[in-house]
Design a binder for this molecule. Structure first.
Ligand SMILES: C[S@@+](CC[C@H](N)C(=O)[O-])C[C@H]1O[C@@H](n2cnc3c(N)ncnc32)[C@H](O)[C@@H]1O
Length: 279
């Protein structure tokens, strides 16, 4: 994994809303995958490598427990040593988008990135239009809750894009499905899973201990409809409590193998044995 200097308070906006240690795990896997992806795919048959981050944040975050500053996903990607040819960001908050733009201006050449301010689920068309054909992209889709619409992933899939999706199953879906999403037409969970998914009856048919698994399979089934065939997932827990999944989706076995290699080494330095690894 590449090294980054410790971020400093640069006088720009850093949200007061503290981010927990669990976001550090997310960034750990993202940074390792970006390193592996840009190293392995550079100079291959693609006409460029692009990075898409539609819930980009301001680029620097503050960790809840320690108060330390940490790089956000956008500036991790922007500082990869094997640089992406294009970086495409979107962020809803005006303050965060402005701070990200200013930080990128200092770090990256102006022609290499765009920051759109607005709702990712609407701006996605603009983002896709920026991606040249015959390029390979990595999209990191990381809202706070179930705010990523299935249609947004569908729009991105018009280009050759691998996804890392934040799936807040325990943090949001399972916490809210009984009392909020079950009684809300076109709920966040409905929009996240997309059309023609009857999650109500799928959950009714399974014991509650299996609900997270049922939702993951429903989601991967939906992404499969877009032509994706390779799925990997990383469970993120804090103090033994499951919080969310990072779901990796690709159309290519090489990318899935890269993800398995990257995710076999955990943030606490424990290696897991990959029983599914092939060749
Ligand atoms: C969990 S934070 C992720 C930040 C960033 N990916 C990182 O890891 O540093 C989610 C971000 O998405 C933004 N956001 C929330 N809803 C959004 C939407 N509909 N469209 C675009 N951004 C949104 C929030 O303002 C916040 O900055």
């Amino acid at each position: 994994m590449f090294d980054l200097p410790q971020p400093k308070d640069d006088g720009l906006y850093i949200p007061r809303r503290p981010v927990g240690e669990w976001s550090r795990h997310k960034h750990y896997f993202l940074q390792r995958y970006i390193d592996a992806f840009t190293t392995a795919m550079k100079g291959k048959r693609w006409k460029g490598l692009h990075y898409i981050d539609l819930f980009a944040g301001p680029g620097i975050v503050r960790l809840r427990d320690s108060g330390e500053l940490d790089w956000g996903s956008a500036l991790i990607a922007a500082q990869a040593p094997n640089a992406f040819d294009g970086l495409h960001f979107c962020e809803l908050s005006k303050r965060a988008a402005k701070a990200l733009q200013a930080r990128l201006d200092r770090i990256v050449g102006k022609s290499r990135f765009t920051v759109l301010q607005g709702d990712a689920n609407q701006k996605v068309h603009q983002s896709v239009a920026e991606i040249p054909p015959q390029t390979l992209s990595l999209a990191f889709l990381d809202p706070y809750g179930l705010h990523l619409n299935y249609e947004t992933v569908q729009v991105l899939s018009a280009r050759r894009v691998d996804f890392i999706v934040f799936f807040p199953d325990h943090l949001d879906a399972l916490r809210n499905c009984k009392y909020v999403y079950r009684n809300t037409p076109n709920s966040n969970l409905d929009r996240f899973l997309g059309p023609e998914v009857n999650w109500h009856s799928a959950l009714n048919a399974a014991p509650q201990t299996k609900w997270a698994e049922v939702l993951r399979k429903l989601y991967c089934g939906q992404i499969r409809r877009l032509g994706y065939t390779k799925f990997e997932s990383e469970r993120i827990c804090v103090k033994g409590r499951p919080l969310y999944l990072l779901i990796f989706c690709s159309q290519h076995p090489v990318a899935a193998k890269l993800w398995r290699g990257v995710s076999s080494k955990k943030p606490d330095d424990q290696r897991t044995f990959d029983f599914n690894a092939r060749g």
